[in-house]
Design a protein around this ligand. Sequence first.
Ligand code: KG4
Ligand code: ZN
Length: 338
Amino acid sequence: MKNGRHLTLGIETSCDETAVSVVADGRDILSNVISTQISIHTQFGGVVPEIASRRHLENINGVIDKALTDAGVCIGDIDLVGVTYGPGLVGALLIGVAAAKSIAYACDIPLVGVNHMHGHIAANYLEHHDLEPPFMSLVVSGGHTNIVNVPDYNRCEKIGGTRDDAAGEAFDKVARVIGLGYPGGPKVDKAAREGRRDAIDFKRVWLEPGSYDFSFSGLKTQALNYLNSERQAGREINVNDVAASFQEAVVEVIAEKAVRAAAEYGQKRIVMAGGVASNTRLRELISEKAAAEGIDVLRPSPVLCTDNGAMIASAAYYAYKAGERSGYDLDAVPALEF
Ligand code: KG4
Ligand code: ZN
């Protein structure tokens, strides 16, 4: 407690960011420190799990110290520790979980393990102070593409998800194929602004009528086939056109299904979350389609879309308020379900 406010320390180490934040009353960010490893993994074209764990171990204490200093608090002021315990890379998750358990034990404060995907949704409580459930959420990240009905703070009902690659994964794979490199999403987003969306006819995969599931794994093959045939024909490849056309095929399906889900469940708001929620074209298209149905679209600013400790702190706070507690036997669960 400081100045009568409840303070949560949120720790996130599920992938390639070592991130720690102090959040007051589940809503106000007092500090948000994100130490990214992107430049290290770029040389390998993706995240190398073993390197990620080592870097988390080297960084974690310094990042925790900085989060406390930036917030102007000391460790004794913290009331609750929240930590991502899955899904993610097991070695990476373990570093955050071990750090969180140590602090909870040493300071004799409660510990709450957080599902990373619930954290992504909670990022919106930090951005939109008046937002309360119920709403429909669209969680689009490097590992997940989910449409989730959120009736209250601590319930997430998944109504659709990807059957193969996640949206972010599709962006990253196609970016690699067309030579844009890692991380692919933001690079495709940028290139697409200079390209034509209707230049190449990438297939929209709708699956069965009424399904809220997705399938993106075929897009990489389509992009490869397109590049090969163009090269064989001796034609020059316009990377911006490939990026714009590919992106349109992904975001059109996502936007359409998210809006349909909200309408069917009678939700008046779609709350976006995850790294891909910062995609310019997805934001534009979903807003257009939702407006036509009288549905509002909310999303966090880009820094809260990608992995951070603040979203974990917020999710932990609401779980704590509902009576949830984790024991010192909290373990990393790499394949944790939504
Ligand atoms: O949520 P996040 O930071 O980490 C996971 O939990 O996966 O999402 C990272 C993913 C990456 O695949 C990245 O390429 C993608 O989000 N991404 C984007 C954009 N910014 C990040 N994809 C498309 N457009 C963007 N602007
Ligand atoms: Zn994430």
